[in-house]
Design a protein around this ligand. Structure first.
Ligand code: HEC
Ligand code: HEC
Ligand code: HEC
Ligand code: HEC
Ligand code: HEC
Ligand code: HEC
Length: 446
């Protein structure tokens, strides 16, 4: 009877563990399919210029949808406006009047679907008046670190594991006590709890083994899931002292990345511009409207510029770091950009389109950039680095390319002397970063 009881308990625990595995997986996948995140889209695409309840660079947006519907008699007009305001102006007289509202022109969003724009407007209309942030700008407020949401240690597994041990212990304990009570256990009486457990385990070896395997596999799954997530910071967008738009500078103005990140080809870190770099231009450019003037005034304050001359009272702008690797990792920009010829957009996305401050682009966004190597692991994780090192080819150079024949000469000598050693690299017709040691722990870890 007790044998049956313990069998039953073990089966129950095993089933629970297995169900647990599935439900954990199901939870993981569900959010990806979830409804469109209107708030997230608003913060990423619109918040630099719009606030639901305050005028900024663009007008406040709450309630404008109903105005558009009643003025144009079409529920689609506002969607056309967001996708391409100029097209809407040509079609609807009301749009033409809206286009007069502000001196700045709205951006066009041809890539946003009608459903996405509807989700944004739904979100806007659902915002209560008091959440309007100061200064008509909520871009920074939208900062999200997904780490906490996703990477939380699944304690449920530990609890289940402990529960399992307790069940085994309890079953053997109950059994012992019952035996003692019924006077049946005369021979066993002197056995300690541990000895009794061992004895019980030997008798029920099959179940103990199966149980252990189930627990082991369960914990392994958890550990791997956890490790795959370590340091996942995709979408991370900290708030910044000035809402700096890359789209205006690197995009519209076509300023080269290296003008501001000037150590990117020469050293480990890319570097951020000092306020003096901003002043090279902003001494003259103080902004077209209130929203711009307010932002650019912060540059003047930092530089100690009173509009006529420098007062000497400077206060450096402290930018928050967006891309952060743990201290034990070595990453070098010049190695990738200059030697490896990897484009900024491969790792940072198309910054020329970034209308608010920088963020860690999810790998799904990076994959959309034309010419990028398609990767699957979350940005900035070890898996991500390694995956690219396994895919990316090294330019071995030929006489008429950058290598200037240097590598080619080495290849020729190697091929002559040791064809066998060399064939390892050329098996698949390409030399990857991995084959040159890009998967060695010590290359990336201090
Ligand atoms: C670069 C700044 C900027 C961005 C980014 C921007 N807008 Fe605009 N938006 C404007 C301006 C400026 C106007 C006012 C029209 C004008 O003067 O041309 C406007 C007008 C509008 C209007 C009409 C408002 C009214 O009063 O009827 C809607 C709706 C709108 N924007 C939605 C959006 C949405 C949705 C997004 C994000 C997908 C967005 N905008 C992103 C600047 C921007
Ligand atoms: C006019 C100066 C300027 C230019 C040009 C510029 N940037 Fe930036 N960049 C900044 C400033 C200021 C910040 C800090 C604010 C922020 O995070 O958005 C920044 C931040 C960044 C970050 C995030 C840094 C971090 O903390 O992790 C990346 C990545 C970046 N820039 C890439 C680029 C790329 C790629 C280009 C060229 C397409 C470019 N930048 C052009 C000024 C500039
Ligand atoms: C192979 C991927 C990769 C490429 C290519 C790349 N970056 Fe980065 N970038 C990173 C990583 C990883 C970090 C975080 C570094 C850290 O925390 O040590 C970073 C950080 C930055 C920062 C923050 C300041 C710093 O140096 O930590 C800036 C600015 C930046 N990158 C700009 C650029 C620009 C501009 C280019 C193109 C010229 C570029 N990056 C190309 C991966 C890349
Ligand atoms: C090479 C010239 C140049 C440099 C350097 C430069 N800017 Fe600008 N900036 C511009 C121009 C041009 C505009 C656009 C003004 C307009 O819309 O007419 C602008 C606009 C801006 C705006 C307002 C954008 C908006 O629409 O809200 C901010 C904020 C800004 N810059 C911040 C900075 C900061 C911070 C730095 C230094 C890291 C910097 N700029 C460096 C040329 C420059
Ligand atoms: C988009 C592709 C890509 C990504 C992502 C990438 N790398 Fe690399 N990495 C390269 C290339 C290409 C080279 C080889 C440059 C060369 O020597 O030609 C390289 C070389 C290196 C090297 C030198 C290897 C050697 O054998 O000397 C180190 C160290 C390194 N990367 C670290 C990292 C780290 C850390 C990350 C993640 C934070 C990372 N890389 C992400 C493409 C990438
Ligand atoms: C191409 C670069 C690269 C190589 C090669 C590499 N790592 Fe990593 N590793 C990283 C990066 C980046 C992180 C931090 C991001 C993360 O935790 O995913 C990391 C994180 C880790 C962590 C997690 C530490 C923590 O808790 O943050 C461990 C453990 C680790 N690496 C071990 C190894 C071992 C062992 C090897 C050799 C087999 C190795 N790494 C090779 C880039 C690399």
């Amino acid at each position: 009877m007790f044998r049956n009881l313990s069998k039953w308990c073990l089966n129950a625990v095993a089933v629970t563990l297995l169900l647990g595995t599935f439900s954990v997986n199901a939870q993981d996948e569900a959010p990806a399919e979830a409804a469109i995140d209107g708030g997230g889209l608003f913060k990423a695409q619109c918040a630099t210029c719009h606030n639901p309840h305050k005028d900024g660079t663009g007008p406040k947006l709450s309630g404008v949808r109903s105005a558009w519907e009643s003025e144009t008699g079409s529920s689609n007009a506002i969607i056309e406006w967001v996708q391409n305001w100029e097209g809407a102006v040509a079609k609807y007289p009301y749009a033409a009047s809206v286009a007069q509202k502000k001196a700045t022109k709205m951006n066009k969003f041809p890539n946003l679907s009608a459903a996405q724009i509807t989700a944004i407007l739904d979100w806007v209309d659902a915002q209560p008046e008091k959440t309007a942030g100061p200064g008509g700008d909520v871009a920074g407020g939208g900062a999200v670190v997904t780490q906490q949401d996703e990477g939380g240690f699944p304690w449920i597994w530990v609890i289940l594991g402990i529960l399992f041990l307790v069940v085994i212990g309890a079953v053997s304990g109950v059994r012992r006590q019952l035996k003692v009570a019924s006077g049946e256990a005369s021979a066993d009486e002197s056995l300690s709890y541990g000895e009794e457990f061992r004895k019980w385990s030997w008798k029920n070896l099959r179940f103990v083994l199966i149980g252990s395997v189930v627990i082991f596999v369960g914990l392994l799954v958890v550990a791997l899931q956890g490790l795959g997530r370590i340091g996942v910071v995709e979408d991370y967008q900290p708030s910044q002292p000035i809402d700096f738009p890359h789209s205006v500078h690197a995009g519209d103005q076509g300023i080269d990345c290296k003008y501001c990140h000037n150590s990117v080809t020469k050293s480990k870190s890319a570097g951020l511009p000092t306020v003096n770099v901003c002043m090279n231009c902003h001494k003259q450019i103080s902004g077209n409207d209130d929203a711009q003037k307010e932002k650019i005034a912060k540059i003047y304050k930092a530089a100690g510029w009173d509009g006529q001359e420098y007062t000497g009272e400077t206060k450096p702008i402290v930018w928050n770091k967006v891309h952060v690797l743990p201290d034990h990792v070595y990453f070098n920009h010049s190695q990738h950009v200059e030697v490896g010829g990897v484009d900024c957009a491969q790792c940072h996305g198309d910054m020329k389109k970034m209308v608010s401050t920088a963020k860690v682009q999810p790998v799904s966004e990076l994959n959309k950039v034309e010419g990028n190597i398609q990767l699957t692991k979350p940005t900035l994780t070890m898996g991500w680095c390694i995956e690219c090192h396994g895919e990316k080819e090294i330019s071995t150079g030929s006489i008429d390319t950058k290598g200037g024949g240097y590598y080619e000469e080495i290849h020729r000598r190697l091929l002559n002397n040791d064809r066998e050693l060399y064939s390892k690299y050329l098996e698949d017709g390409k030399v990857t970063v991995k084959e040159l040691g890009g998967w060695e722990c010590s290359k990336c870890h201090y």
